[in-house]
Design a protein around this ligand. Structure first.
Ligand code: ZN
Ligand code: ZN
Length: 145
């Protein structure tokens, strides 16, 4: 599998408890989508509060899905101020250079502020697991239609 940004080989790596395909030259990572069991809904309340949680990316991308070569589309997951690209054919997501670490730092800060019991790293892992589910990918895809 090749990196959509710099065409280097992607290496399977575990980062922050999550398996990703990591690019050692540009430090980006590809997250394949997975068929997942339904996760606890209370962690992800996409009800009224979550309106506008997912937003369009305004900039078109030139990066291609490592699996099907379709152009990736950019969107923003506002809850964690996370920008990522995804394949419309539901193959997965691309995260830029150390984006996961940046978001994890934000979560750690929030954890201190809110004195949450859930560890930031677990929360990150759960968030990504959720994002890799088919149902979430469909939600993201709906944004663009
Ligand atoms: Zn790369
Ligand atoms: Zn694809």
């Amino acid at each position: 599998m090749k990196c959509p940004k710099c065409n280097s080989d992607l290496m399977p790596t575990i980062r922050h408890k999550i398996e990703v395909n990591y690019c050692q030259s540009c430090k980006g990572m590809w997250l394949e989508s997975k068929e997942l069991e339904q996760l606890e809904d209370e962690v992800f309340d996409f009800g009224e509060h979550a309106k506008g949680t997912l937003v369009f990316g305004s900039k078109p991308t030139t990066a291609k899905c490592p699996e099907c070569n379709a152009l990736l589309k950019r969107f923003r997951y506002r809850l964690n101020d996370l920008e990522m690209e995804f394949c419309e054919n539901q193959h997965g997501y691309w995260l830029d250079d150390d984006e996961d670490t940046r978001v994890l730092e934000l979560m750690k800060k929030e954890e201190v502020d809110m004195q949450r019991k859930l560890l930031a790293e677990d929360k990150w892992a759960t968030t990504l697991k959720h994002m890799r589910s088919r149902s979430f990918l469909s939600k993201v895809r709906d944004l663009f239609h």
